[in-house]
Design a protein around this ligand. Structure first.
Ligand SMILES: *[C@@H]1O[C@H](CO)[C@@H](O)[C@H](O)[C@H]1NC(C)=O
Ligand SMILES: *[C@@H]1O[C@H](CO)[C@@H](O)[C@H](O)[C@H]1NC(C)=O
Length: 143
């Protein structure tokens, strides 16, 4: 008697869980400002966070041209390098060509802080241009 009663409930529960896990948001970094020099991305991330595991961040920026300066997306290794815009241990995620069209997509798959910054112009886009923010994705079941 037990099994036939429990099984349908269990299947419902598993279905609900997998639905919750597969749900994701796609978020354009900076919204209509896209990824540009001089926009406050820390402020933006505070307003648009929190972010959740499997959310997709989209970085949009034009490829370099006479009219457009170069931008990129790096992952900085820790809070200190983020605070000081130190790119010596940074990992390049998207080069200046990769922000065109639909943009560069980064999925927040790991539950840890992600420190993003543009590495162009010797770090000054990060430092003076405010092209940096961090995201600590939360588990989606907490949403
Ligand atoms: C950017 O926004 C944050 C959060 O609102 C604020 O603390 C910071 O002072 C701002 N930075 C600048 C340069 O305006
Ligand atoms: C670059 O700017 C110039 C002058 O504002 C304009 O005439 C030209 O069409 C622009 N080029 C592109 C690719 O947007």
């Amino acid at each position: 008697m037990g099994i036939s009663f429990v099984a349908p409930g269990l299947i419902l529960l598993l279905t609900a869980c997998s639905l919750a896990i597969s749900e994701t948001d796609t978020i354009v970094v900076g919204g209509s400002e896209n990824w540009r020099y001089g926009f406050n991305y820390t402020g933006w991330s505070l307003q648009h966070g929190p972010f959740y595991i499997n959310d997709k961040l989209v970085f949009k920026y034009n490829p370099p041209s006479k009219n457009n300066s170069r931008h990129s997306v790096y992952l900085l290794p820790n809070l200190w390098s983020f605070a000081t815009c130190d790119f010596s241990q940074a990992k390049l995620l998207a080069n200046p060509q990769q922000g065109g069209g639909k943009g560069f997509v980064f999925e927040l798959t790991n539950w840890r802080p992600h420190y993003f910054a543009s590495g162009e112009e010797d770090g000054s886009q990060c430092e003076d241009g405010q092209m940096k923010f961090f995201a600590v994705p939360l588990p989606r079941w907490g949403k």
